[in-house]
Write a protein that binds this ligand. Structure first.
Ligand code: CP
Length: 363
């Protein structure tokens, strides 16, 4: 149970919400510690290896046949929706989705709390994407207050709520898959510790770059470069968080100036869906200083990786998609997301040990 009103819970700073959330939900990137991140990466690797073997894939599909998931996406999505769906399939879960709130009872004026309470009457996990930055907190509070509990290995738990993106602020599972991609891409040079990472584009409303910035508290001697036009620069709350965790950061006025210094480049799209009337006027054009050009590949360090959470538009020259260069990792990054989401679900339902134990048999 949760002994606090919804309004009081929403009003709490994230750090004060975490003792309530424990490992019952995934809502904020700040909730993760280094040991958990390492564990998730190991588990994602194990699932990926096992699944290559048909018998291993069958074993995985038998793990959660008694569990059902709802993927509730009140905002557009391709990757997060599909990768969660695929991950759930790989683990044998039953799946349902609500993708268009116009054909759900939300359109009749049902509150988010009542909708979530309805969802958790039917399923054992809700993955949700919502434009309201508090939607995850509302869903979690509702799940805590509701009577239904799951018994997972003798422990009673509320129905898990996993954020698939909340407003402009948080996309925690994207940040987890980004960590997995960074660790894999930088494996030969010691992983993320001591690396310089340049985040480019719309940092102000980019929930992926914000969540990834929070996770940097877990790594040693990381430096962040923020390459964005002033109107899209990283917001003060993130800068304050980084300062509190002694993570050096600097603004960059032209991404080309820092390319040869950094170990990873993380591009993002201008998130103009948040602009008033954006659709009528077409998409906002990207400032030239923040477009990744094919020629920049020559300046990048030999181990530097080029990432993007996708979808993208014109912030990366199209020819870069088809160059034969292993440092261009954004297409692999989206597949990494599927394995990371297998790891996230396996951990929640306590079948992670079975996956890890099976690695030797099936890889
Ligand atoms: N990266 C990401 O969240 O992509 P989708 O919007 O396609 O889910």
């Amino acid at each position: 149970m949760i002994d606090i009103s919804l309004d009081d819970f929403i009003a709490l700073p994230v750090a004060d919400k975490l003792p309530f959330i424990k490992d019952y939900a995934i809502l904020y990137a700040q909730q993760f510690q280094r040991s958990q991140l390492d564990e998730y990466c190991k588990l994602a690797d194990a699932a990926r290896k096992i699944h290559k073997n048909p018998d291993g894939a069958t074993m995985m599909e038998g793990l959660l046949t008694h569990r059902a998931a709802l993927n509730f996406f009140a905002q557009p999505s391709s990757r997060t929706f599909l990768s969660f769906n695929t991950a759930q399939t790989f683990l044998g879960m039953k799946r349902m989705s609500v993708r268009d709130v116009k054909i759900s009872s939300i359109s009749k004026g049902e509150s988010l709390m009542d909708s979530v309470r309805t969802f958790i009457s039917y399923v054992d996990m809700v993955v949700m994407r919502h434009a309201d930055e508090h939607a995850g907190a509302i869903a979690f509070w509702t799940s805590m207050k509701a009577h239904r509990r799951l018994n997972i290995n003798g422990i009673e738990r509320p129905i898990p709520i996993i954020s698939g993106g909340s407003g402009t602020k948080q996309h925690p599972t994207q940040a987890l898959l980004d960590i997995y991609t960074l660790e894999k891409s930088l494996e030969t040079v010691g992983g993320i510790d001591k690396k310089k990472i340049m985040l480019v584009g719309d940092l102000k409303r980019g929930r992926t770059v914000r969540s990834l910035s929070y996770l940097m508290k877990n790594y040693k001697d990381v430096e962040l470069y923020f390459a964005a036009p002033e109107e899209y620069q990283m917001e003060e709350d993130i800068l304050e968080f980084l300062d509190n965790h002694k993570i050096p950061h600097q603004k960059v006025g032209h991404m080309a100036d820092a390319i040869d210094e950094v170990d990873a480049i993380y591009m993002t799209r201008i998130q103009d869906e948040w602009d008033e009337g954006a659709k009528k006027d077409g998409h906002v054009k990207v400032n030239e200083n923040f477009i990744f050009k094919e020629e920049y590949l020559k300046k990048m360090k030999a181990h530097c990786c080029l990432m993007h959470p996708l979808p993208k538009r014109d912030e990366i020259e199209e020819s870069v998609d088809y160059v034969n260069d292993p440092r261009v990792v954004y297409w692999r990054q989206e597949r990494n997301g599927m394995w990371m989401r297998v790891a996230i679900i396996a951990k929640i339902f306590n079948v992670d040990k079975m996956i890890l134990a099976a690695t030797d048999s099936w890889s």
